[in-house]
Design a protein around this ligand. Structure first.
Ligand code: ADP
Ligand code: MG
Length: 290
């Protein structure tokens, strides 16, 4: 199989969106962005034996490589639409490519994401996806919008990735993220662990976030500290003013994953977990990353 055949057989397939004006096959691709919208982009690279075991099922690698980017889009309330895929492969194995491509396109088709181009190189196993999409001008939910008085929420069950199986297929919260447009004041996905990402959100917003240990204990899967320090969850962490409580509860009820209130935003800085020494918490958090 030469490069052209690999692209034709395994990558020139899946969703064909009508806003793709030039697809795979030319030197570059082109798309049409809706009027009064911003072009949104995100990129993530997964390297074998760094971000996933090289022996991981190709289907799961294909899924994960797009899922991590979709999760970033979810956290902005952005609409995903188009993707570019750069693949570095030690060898062109047909069944591996078929399985990778199936995993990629099952998720891409679920969210109507069209693969519009990419690159193929020979080298150590690694995959980079650039996800493109759009959002109405000024509508993106940033990390910096949390204000004192807002409540803090999380989707799903943080710690599930760690407790069940780190290799499971993460389901990005794209629909939840989009439905939080105009509702959430700040948002982030917790792929680096709930505690680390809560710190990032607090720092970006210039606020202090107090976590509710009781509420967290009911939400997380497995041991509390391990769950909030462990990574690989593709859940959304967000804040919303009290006036949006009913809207947030409604979104939680609509979606199977659930949305739970786990803290409070106040004046100051940093993250507080009552009953836990902040220095030891920071130490634990850092330790879990090494
Ligand atoms: P060039 O040498 O001009 O960069 P390539 O042979 O790399 O062209 O790519 C040919 C076409 O196939 C381009 O449209 C490119 O975007 C697309 N393509 C290459 N690799 C991939 C891939 N892994 N997935 C999707 N499209 C790809
Ligand atoms: Mg190329």
């Amino acid at each position: 199989m030469d490069e052209t055949e690999i692209i034709r057989r395994f990558f020139a397939r899946g969703s064909q969106r009508e806003d793709v004006t030039l697809a795979i096959g030319d030197d570059a691709a082109a798309v049409r962005v809706p009027e009064r919208h911003e072009l949104v982009s995100a990129m993530d690279t997964l390297v074998a034996d760094v971000h996933f075991p090289a022996a991981m099922a190709a289907h799961e690698i294909g899924h994960r490589t797009l899922a991590v980017n979709l999760s970033d889009f979810a956290a902005m309330a952005a609409q995903p639409a188009w993707a570019l895929l750069s693949l570095s492969l030690p060898q062109a194995d047909e069944s591996w490519l078929q399985s990778f491509s199936d995993g990629f396109f099952e998720l891409a088709d679920e969210y109507d994401v069209a693969l519009i181009g990419g690159d193929l190189v020979s080298g150590p196993l690694a995959a980079t996806v650039t996800l493109l999409g759009h959002a109405p001008q000024g509508s993106l939910i940033r990390r910096s919008g949390a204000r004192a008085g807002d409540a803090l929420y999380v989707t799903g069950r943080p710690g599930a990735a760690l407790a069940s199986d780190y290799l499971r297929r993460p389901e990005p919260r794209v629909v939840e993220g989009l439905s939080l447009r105009g509702v959430a004041s700040a948002m982030i996905d917790i792929s680096d662990g709930l505690l680390t990402d809560t710190r990032r959100l607090a720092e970006s917003s210039g606020v202090c976030i107090t976590l509710d240990a009781g509420a967290l204990a009911e939400v997380v899967e497995g041991d509390l500290l391990a769950a909030i320090c462990g990574g690989d969850d593709y859940e959304l962490l967000f804040t919303a003013p009290e006036g949006q409580t009913a809207a947030v509860t409604g979104i939680g009820a609509d979606r199977g994953c659930g949305v739970r209130r786990i803290g409070q935003v106040g004046e100051g800085q940093g993250v507080v977990l009552p009953g836990h020494d902040p220095d030891r918490l920071a130490g634990y958090d850092h330790f879990s990353k090494t």
